[in-house]
Design a protein around this ligand. Sequence first.
Ligand code: URA
Length: 258
Amino acid sequence: MRERDARLFLRSLREEGVEALYWEPSAQASSPAPVPAGQDTRPGTEQKAPAEKRPQPDTSADREPKSQNAADHLRESMLEIYWKAQNCQLCSELCSTRNKVVFGAGNLRAPIVFVGEAPGRDEDEQGLPFVGRAGQILTALIEEMGFARKDVFICNTLKCRPPKNRPPQPEEIANCRPFLERQLELIRPKVICALGTFAAQTLLKTEEPISALRGKLHNYQGTPLMATYHPAYLLRNPSEKVKVSADLKLLKQELERL
Ligand code: URA
């Protein structure tokens, strides 16, 4: 069963557009070109070189393996914590009630990572983040920013569903924090979006309410972070969507500026 979940995770990475991580010299024709040294090819950060100056795939022997090694290392490091999360028993209640550990999904080279609160019922069943009603809203917001879900990485503060969707407890957040921090350390997004109170307070190590945190850029270990309302809040308060759209617009502007 767990092998099946790992395969599901890997397949979700592929389906969500991380073929570059699976790039192999023998598959050049059908795969994205390897990343030229020093060039950032994350979605949304393409460098608009004139056609004649467009970087050509560099097939020099000393760069190909480096790129492949970096991709392998990233994928393997992510898989290492994926397995740690799958086997985690730190929160006795959550690991006895969870159906699946929801590690996160998306592009490991995403320029932006969205961090939610915790899996809900749909996510706990499928093992994937934001696949329920709140997920539909998040997808629409991502698309409004000009991205597709395959361009970004989505994860949660807690990797296991709290029973009946109760709020995460401080000890659970503390137990799960290393997974989130390592995910961000590996992906190295250009910007981060914290969705809702728990993600924002956890990443910013503050107790300020989301209403005070949203709308301006913060700093998470050197990476610009925008806090905004959680998509589930928008289900109950649709008129607040304008504020979330404004927050995400600011974040996109910051991303384009970097
Ligand atoms: N709410 C969250 O915070 N995360 C999910 O994955 C789903 C709903």
